[in-house]
Design a protein around this ligand. Structure first.
Ligand SMILES: [Zn+2]
Length: 90
């Protein structure tokens, strides 16, 4: 099967959360949620990839069909962006 990573990059695949210089954890988290909601994960094997986490600082994205996955990242949006840029563990 062809691994179709031809993907129209979106600015959200590179964007940083819009923290507005706040140090408030709640506001920072909601900025991260907003960015995550704007990132459209690229399909793999015609399947929706899954976001996974092991702790609140270990997130990755994985294809349930072929098992391809990203490295773990400290933030979920970073794992989503890595996936969309075609970065996988191997
Ligand atoms: Zn796959």
């Amino acid at each position: 099967m062809m691994d179709d990573m031809t993907h129209q990059y979106s600015i959200f695949d590179y964007a940083e959360p819009d923290y507005n210089d706040t140090l408030d954890e709640i506001l920072r988290l909601s900025a991260e949620r907003r960015l995550e909601n704007n990132i459209q994960l690229v399909k793999c094997c015609d399947t929706e990839p899954r976001g996974k986490f092991r702790s609140c600082e270990e997130y990755w994205v994985e294809c349930p069909s072929c098992g391809k996955k990203t490295k773990t990242h400290r933030k979920y949006y970073q794992a989503m962006q890595a996936w969309n840029r075609g970065e996988s563990e191997e």
